[in-house]
Write a protein of this length. Structure first.
Length: 162
């Protein structure tokens, strides 16, 4: 596998709601690098990621010789800020990128990217709290049970922020 697109509870909610599918149909389980961020499902701890096809995300499609996201309007937060990262308080292009496009970040878009990055950060903080709550509870440890739990928490948080 060349890369993995890790997802959080907000990403799962956005994708499943917009595709009108159950979350498990597009999620894959991976052994975690950091156990504090891992979901306890079935027989162990796992990170959640988008399923891949030959080393690329299943939602990354080739059109007219270029790769395009097929879920662009509701893609995961990590993909919204890709191929940029924050380094020393500034947005810079990731050196080793999967997409073959040479991206440029005009100065007038830096503020917009910063806003997306901050939103993505908040979603991951929410997700880490959710993981801690899930892992402490005595629940059915299936992926289905976790995704239902996560989606319900996200829906509540979205209603409260509206």
């Amino acid at each position: 596998m060349d890369f993995v697109v890790y997802v959080n509870s907000h990403d799962i909610h956005r994708i499943s709601t917009n595709l009108k599918v159950d979350p498990e149909s597009f999620i894959q389980l991976y052994q975690p690098e950091d156990e504090d961020s891992a979901v306890r499902v079935e027989d162990g701890l796992y990170d959640l990621a988008l399923k891949d096809d030959k080393g690329t995300c299943n939602f990354l499609k080739r059109e007219a010789g270029q790769f395009r996201c097929s879920i662009q309007p509701f893609k995961p937060g990590i993909c919204r800020t890709y191929p940029f990262e924050v380094r020393r308080g500034r947005f810079v292009q990731i050196v080793k990128k999967v997409c073959p496009v040479d991206w440029r970040l005009p100065k007038n878009l830096e503020m917009q990217m910063s806003s997306m990055y901050n939103e993505h950060d908040k979603e991951w903080d929410f997700y880490l709290d959710l993981i801690e709550e899930w892992n402490e509870g005595k629940k059915d440890r299936s992926l289905s049970s976790f995704t239902n739990f996560a989606n319900s928490r996200v829906e509540i948080s979205l209603q409260n922020s509206a």
